[in-house]
Design a protein around this ligand. Structure first.
Ligand code: CUA
Length: 155
């Protein structure tokens, strides 16, 4: 079989594009860590109440100006409710759902995530400005969805 020169050029160019894309995607996934979150932590949604740390939801001081909030989301509330932390705190949220898919959005911050039964969601956020931050569920979860809210008070 004989190829014309321009056919060879196009063949090489098109394979080059494919190889280049694969290398670029591989670089993004493995070097830059931009792959999909396949290593997500899981939990038995039926046993949240007896699985650490969710057996004791609450606000824990874990360092200087550093807190962990262990939180469960359920129809139609956040536990713990009405969180208070000092200004300048870095807060690590560790969350799961006890029933259906909920969302968490904290007004005035970048926190905006789904919280699904069977999965553990972790988000870290620093709270510099004092004030009351409204916490909302932003995934429709049933008839009480619009009442599913609480606050984080930073003082
Ligand atoms: Cu929970 Cu909407």
């Amino acid at each position: 079989m004989k190829f014309h020169l321009d056919e060879k050029i196009w063949l090489i160019a098109s394979f080059g594009v494919i190889i280049g894309m694969m290398l670029f995607t591989g670089y993004q996934t493995f070097v830059l860590g931009m792959g999909p979150p396949s290593g997500m932590e899981t939990i038995d949604p039926q046993k949240v109440d007896v699985t650490a740390p969710f057996d004791e939801p609450g606000v824990y001081e874990i360092g200087e100006n550093e807190y962990e909030v262990v939180m469960t989301l359920q129809l139609f509330s956040f536990t713990p409710n009405n969180i208070e932390i000092p200004a300048g705190s870095t807060v690590h949220f560790t969350m799961t759902s006890k029933d259906v898919t909920h969302g968490i959005q904290v007004a005035g911050t970048n926190i905006n995530a789904m919280v699904m039964p069977g999965h553990i969601q972790r988000i870290t956020q620093k709270f510099d400005e004092t004030g009351e931050y409204l916490v909302l569920c932003n995934e429709y979860c049933g008839t009480g969805h619009q009442f599913m809210a609480t606050t984080i008070t930073v003082k």
